[in-house]
Design a protein around this ligand. Structure first.
Ligand SMILES: [Fe+2]
Ligand SMILES: [Fe+2]
Length: 295
């Protein structure tokens, strides 16, 4: 991670972070796939449901940025775009392996994963070239906010099975590290005028209307298929509500920063949380040591 200054812009988001592709393996233990989270099986399946969105989602992000990579005028941003593609490819590879553990445990992972691929295919085939990139910057705002929340509130995962915890922290860190890349590609290659504001805001409204129903429907289907969740009954669902929108409210608390996206002058680095990335080197060491020890 290195910090440079974008001299072409006089805006207040001048902190620029250069992301770096890290080829890490996590291989979390298969026998904990349905109860790795400290808060129990239901929160585990909620996080697992999120993981099911990544392979198809990250493929869309990669394709959307790659479609404009040759048009990027600024060499630093081109380099960042390449690193962005590399990071998302690594996330996808690790989440495919993780999601496979769900399938092996008898959970409907393949069916739900296929639903996302089909859905994003329909969007890609029926919209102009800029739409997938607009959708990407909208969803990257979500991954950046959720990553930031996870890093600023380590109690969200503390005490969970450590390989799962480490994998989620790695993903959160890299989502923060590359949070502005797709956004900058959009601004540099497509524009930053009123029409672009309308497109990115519209994409956020549509993405929000699709994303959360899909996440909660996936959670529901996963929890119905998991004997541990069925044994928890309604108490288990209440734990997920507490975790997301209730007392803990890790999603509820994202609302103010989420709304910042609709400001005309929005830029992801207006929230400068780059200090969180100081943890990256230690996490990489831990992940490499754990992988070498277990395998
Ligand atoms: Fe990712
Ligand atoms: Fe991302």
């Amino acid at each position: 991670m290195s910090t440079t200054t974008d001299k072409t812009s006089a805006r207040d988001h001048d902190v620029q972070v250069m992301p770096e592709r890290r080829d890490l393996h996590f291989l979390p233990p298969a026998d904990r796939i349905s109860d790795w989270h400290v808060a129990g099986p239901n929160v585990t399946q909620f996080m697992n449901a999120l993981s099911l969105l990544f392979p198809a989602g990250e493929r869309m992000f990669i394709d959307a940025v790659r479609a404009y990579r040759d048009d990027i005028p600024d060499p630093d941003l081109k380099k960042a775009a390449t690193a962005f593609i590399g990071q998302e490819a690594m996330h996808s590879r690790e989440h495919i392996e993780y999601n496979e553990l769900m399938a092996q445990a008898g959970l409907p992972a393949h069916k739900l994963d296929k639903f996302v691929w089909d859905l994003l295919d329909v969007i890609k085939k029926n919209t102009p070239k800029s739409t997938p990139l607009a959708a990407t910057i909208a969803l990257e705002h979500y991954t950046a906010l959720m990553g930031d929340m996870l890093l600023r509130h380590p109690e969200q995962l503390a005490g969970s099975q450590e390989d799962y915890e480490r994998m989620w922290r790695w993903h959160a860190l890299e989502e923060v590290e590359h949070k502005a890349v797709a956004y900058d590609v959009y601004e540099k290659c497509i524009g930053r005028g009123p029409r672009n504001w309308l497109e990115r805001s519209g994409a956020m409204i549509v993405a929000t209307g699709i994303f959360w129903p899909v996440v909660f429907s996936f959670y529901w289907q996963m929890s119905r298929a998991d004997p541990k969740c069925r044994a928890e009954g309604w108490r288990g669902h209440l734990k997920v509500l507490d975790f997301t929108v209730g007392r803990q409210g890790y999603l509820r608390r994202l609302v103010p920063e989420f709304l910042g996206y609709f400001k005309y002058s929005f830029h992801p680095w207006q929230q400068n949380n780059a200090h969180l990335l100081a943890e990256l080197d230690a996490l990489v060491d831990d992940a490499e040591t754990a992988y070498a020890t277990h395998h």
